[in-house]
Ligand binder design. Structure first.
Ligand code: NAD
Ligand code: ZN
Length: 347
């Protein structure tokens, strides 16, 4: 039963750029739902796909509808779907897991051996409708606005990375003040951290980080993390490090400024040649955890509870566009002079 055609933002050929085109509304299987998209937000990954860098050209098969940060309303449900009804406000987990591997069967779905990603390996959410398995859909309290919900995907990265460690009364170093780094400030603050130092070299983002309650937002072209420690009267180094820049220099800066026994989440994606100061890892007894995605669905419960207990991530939204203005939206996002950029699909 086809529902006709819809507008979608599509990588139509293996080259830079994206096109707004008409494509068929996806058909749903018995375990799927169809979601009418209300709002989406743009991720750095979408910008890589737009720009068609090495990673994108190796990973993406065209044609592909892009996008994975979304909120919408259930429009249709497959015959075997019991948990959702037409009209439910939802977001969804963009990692579609296999369901068969050891980790999936043990309930550790974020560690699935062969996950597929919405908007990367299968059609995504920058469209009037998105189809996904009901098991990936997250129903939310309608008191949480669709704009906030679109950010649950990157917010979940921040929550997963930050809440991997005890933060109460601890000193936290975050390298990289992109959207995920800035949301991590908010999570660490909400969770009771003492000093939160965040680094970047982009003045726009450092100013936003400061507004979002960093203790110090440090420009690494102009000062050192050791200097920030001294300013705060810290003696033994940071207890928790959250690497959210993807820059190898930031990783080594972090290692050098950790306390002995410190804990590190690595979220930023490093290039393959990135070198690590192993002496710091070994002689300081550091614990390093790689973070991919969100825990299914523990992180989603935590995000909901954090928002319901007063954590407000809305200051991170700096731009809003209608989806037909997606070129402008991608330009702003690529400029680095933005927090989150929202696309509206409701009209
Ligand atoms: P982003 O690219 O918007 O932000 C990264 C920031 O790091 C930029 O503001 C940049 O100026 C800054 N930076 C660069 N070099 C630096 C240095 N030496 N010191 C301090 N800051 C530096 O990214 P984002 O969307 O916030 O995501 C953060 C990182 O996490 C990216 O690398 C992204 O690819 C990665 N990511 C990983 C996952 C995962 O599941 N592991 C999910 C989403 C994003
Ligand atoms: Zn699996």
């Amino acid at each position: 039963m086809s529902k006709g055609s819809m507008k979608a933002i599509v990588k139509t050929e293996a080259a830079p750029g994206l096109s707004l085109v008409d494509v068929p509304v996806p058909e749903i299987g018995i375990n799927d739902v169809l979601i009418r998209i209300q709002k989406t937000s743009i991720c750095g990954t979408d910008v890589h796909i737009y720009q068609w860098d090495d990673w994108a050209s190796e990973t993406i098969r065209t044609p592909l509808t892009v996008g994975h940060e979304f909120a919408g309303v259930i429009d249709a449900v497959g015959s075997d779907v019991e948990d959702f009804d037409v009209g439910d406000l939802v977001s969804g987990e963009g990692h579609i897991v296999c369901g068969h591997c050891r980790n999936c069967r043990a309930g550790r779905r974020h560690l699935c051996q062969t996950p597929n990603a919405v908007g990367i390996n299968r059609d995504g959410a920058f469209a009037e409708y998105l189809m996904m398995p009901a098991s990936n859909v997250w129903r939310v309290n309608p008191a949480i606005s669709p704009e906030i919900l679109t950010m649950f995907d990157p917010f979940g990265n921040a929550v997963h990375a930050a809440l991997s460690w005890n933060l109460i009364g601890e000193d936290v170093l975050i390298t990289g003040a992109g959207p995920i780094g800035i949301m991590s400030i908010m999570v660490a603050r909400h969770a009771g951290a003492r000093h939160i130092v965040i680094t970047d070299m982009n003045p726009y983002r450092l100013a936003l980080a400061k507004e979002c309650d960093a203790t110090i937002a440090l420009d690494v072209t102009d000062g050192t993390i050791a200097g920030a420690q001294a300013e705060l009267g810290m003696i033994e180094g940071f207890d928790v490090g959250l690497e959210m820049s993807g820059n190898p220099a930031a990783v080594n800066d972090m290692m050098a400024n950790m306390a002995h026994g410190g804990k590190i989440s690595l979220l930023g994606i490093q290039n393959r040649e990135a070198a690590v100061t192993w002496d710091d890892v070994i002689f300081k007894g550091l614990t390093i955890k790689g973070i991919y995605g969100r825990e299914m669905y523990e992180t989603w419960y935590k995000m909901t509870a954090l928002i319901q207990s007063g954590l407000d991530i809305s200051p991170l939204i700096t731009h809003r566009f209608h989806y037909t203005e997606y070129e402008k939206a991608f330009e702003v996002m690529a400029s680095g002079e933005s927090g989150k950029v929202i696309l509206d699909w409701t009209e």
